[in-house]
Design a protein around this ligand. Structure first.
Ligand code: PMP
Ligand code: GLU
Length: 396
């Protein structure tokens, strides 16, 4: 007898970002030097005061189950942060702490979508949304945006994509993989359609602290009256505090949703890791100088990467206003041979770049956008220098 995988899980694709990173690590294990621009995770060490808080929490005995939705201190810290920075009023009971923002997204989709519902995903978009939405039986409806529009969904495109089955719009702002950031006016225009068509929004704002130049970030529920009732905000500590391994994220939702997410989570995972919650608390409520320092470093790298891309004839990328990704347009480099190997698709291009030059990126079609390659600049300056030298050699 062999156990058959369920139909729903059979259809799940592995995460392309994590697969690209695993492939790079395999090459490193085999003795190669690899310039890894694949996975989006800060290369900085988690700030020391956060690590110290985790050690102190363990020594204080915080090594047991916590309330399913997270410790009250962390929920309070999160809601007061949203009050202070955005003027948004949430009660701690509207906040659910989970095992990373990816888990918060899963909880949000699972708690709001029914089989057959349509969820609008403006593309290019991060690899996990469509897969997680499909797990609920709902249908991800990919709506392509263009480089000319800065890869941002317009109100007209949103309106055109809505059918009687549409219930949700996913907005990732600032965007992974493009680095674009919506202006307040652009969000207002989308919000007007959302309200008119009676949709709800899952606003993934995990990169909101990492914005550059004179870009201004607006949290989605702030842009129109009443939006808080139809928005679930998702964020976490992974990117802001270089805490990807600690696995802490959260959602802020209307009370009825947060309550049921809590029930779901209590059955699924009991609670997020107790020690990590105390570490995250030190991040959210502690001194924010570390965030400013990491952001300043990302800003330098973003300027450097923009220049390197501009210096390679035929290569381009939209302006990166936030996050830490360059979404490189490689369409001029497809349909040719590289050391005798024919390369027609972005997937093949990224594979050959890795095989021949040992530079790891993620192909655009993983983000529903053929002809692009995503390079993460959450890597050291030295790695970026070498990687772009090699990309330049590769396309030459
Ligand atoms: N949303 C976006 C847009 C992301 O890029 C990521 C990547 N980590 C996540 C959510 C999930 O983050 P976490 O590490 O908190 O699960
Ligand atoms: N979000 C990051 C990325 O896009 C980390 C990996 C993942 O969770 O997909 O690379």
């Amino acid at each position: 007898m062999s156990i058959e995988v369920s139909k729903i899980v059979q259809a799940v694709e592995p995460s392309a970002t994590l697969a690209a990173s695993a492939k790079a690590k395999e090459l490193v294990a085999a003795g190669h030097t690899v310039y890894n621009l694949s996975v989006g995770e800060p290369d900085f060490k988690t700030p020391q005061h956060i690590i110290d808080a985790a050690v102190a929490a363990m020594n204080a005995g915080h090594t047991h189950y916590t309330p399913a939705t997270g410790i009250i201190e962390l929920k309070q810290a999160v809601v007061s942060d949203y009050r202070n920075r955005f003027g948004l009023d949430y009660k701690p009971t509207q906040c659910v702490i989970s095992n990373g923002a990816k888990h918060s997204l899963h909880n949000a989709f699972f708690s709001t979508l029914n089989p057959g519902d349509e969820a609008i995903l403006p593309a290019p978009c991060w690899v996990s949304y469509a897969e997680l939405i499909r797990l609920t039986g709902a249908v991800p409806k990919i709506v392509s945006t263009t480089e000319a529009d800065g890869f941002k969904l317009t109100a007209d495109a949103l309106r055109a994509a809505i059918t009687p089955r549409t219930r949700m719009l996913l907005l990732c702002n600032p965007s992974n993989p493009t680095g674009s950031c919506y202006s307040r006016a652009e969000l207002e225009a989308l919000a007007d359609v959302v309200i008119e068509k009676d949709l709800f929004v899952i606003a993934d704002e995990i990169y909101e602290r990492l914005i550059y130049g004179d870009t201004k970030f607006s949290s989605f529920p702030t842009v129109r009256q009443g939006l808080q009732d139809r928005t679930i905000v998702v964020s976490g500590v992974s990117k802001t505090y270089a805490m990807t391994g600690w696995r802490i994220g959260w959602l802020l939702a209307p009370e009825n949703i947060a309550k049921k997410v809590g029930s779901l989570q209590s059955q699924e995972t009991s609670n997020p890791c107790s020690v990590s919650q105390y570490a995250a608390l030190a991040g959210v409520s502690g001194d924010q100088t570390c965030v400013e320092m990491m952001k300043a470093e990302f800003a330098k790298r973003r300027d450097y990467v923009s220049q390197r891309i501009a210096d390679i004839p035929g290569l381009s990328a939209p302006r990166m206003d936030g996050a830490f990704y360059a979404f490189m347009n490689i369409s001029n480099f497809l349909g040719r041979k590289y050391n005798g190997v024919q390369v027609d698709t972005d997937k093949e291009w990224c594979l050959e770049l890795l095989q021949q030059k040992k530079v790891a990126t993620v192909f655009g079609s993983a983000f529903f956008c053929e002809g692009y390659a995503r390079a993460s600049f959450a890597a050291s300056m030295e790695t970026l220098e070498r990687a772009f030298d090699r990309i330049a050699e590769f396309v030459r």
